[in-house]
Write a protein that binds this ligand. Sequence first.
Ligand SMILES: [Zn+2]
Length: 250
Amino acid sequence: MYVSGVRGSSGAGHRGVVVCALVVLAAAAGCAPGRTACVNSGFPSLVLPAQAPVAVAQAKPPKVPIAGCPKIFSRLDWNATAPDTRRINPMGKITRITIHHAGMGVEEESSIEAVKAELRTIQRSHKGFRHWADIGYHYIIDANGRVWEGRPIKYQGAHAGNSTVNKGNVGIVVMGNFNLQRPTTIQMASLRRLVGYLMQKYRIPVSKVYTHREISARNGLHATECPGKYLQEKVNAMRTRLADAGKPGK
Ligand SMILES: [Zn+2]
């Protein structure tokens, strides 16, 4: 949902029935946004073995693909305007994830060009109307299951209620109003893949994958319906699967 908030990068809570917004991927993250293959140079379990041949004159270490990294359309793809870096906070250590819904009208599957235009509209609203430094969320998942880069992950988002709660907190918004509609199968597949990738990359336990209503309650912030009853149910099931996937023998 769109989050009302203080100026700058800290998002304030939703008003009444909350409406969550969009997201951005960080250029600083290993999973480079864009149409190229995801790469990562710092994930310990995927570093090449020591005996792998290394070119003596090589300036940079080889990049190793991360399994499961979703394709992410970059800010360039949707012609995002630059963030206002004069009033944006660094992300800090990433320790948690919060899932939202857009919470506006029912979203239908649409063309890629229509989604790009929608992202630009949301960014204009967040920057111009809410006076935030950029679009509030780090990632956006559209009705077709496409994943889009929102605010660069090196910056704190504006989605969870205030600067304290946004710190180190990756904001993901799923487009749609999930009090009125059910998330599509492909949206949930993309969400599960993105969340699983982020958990792996930043070593986030499933216990720190929240929905907006959960993190609001946990921090004593105002109640919100975000991410809607249908997405909440799906996230509950998704977390069970993600937790099971991390158990030995699975
Ligand atoms: Zn929300």
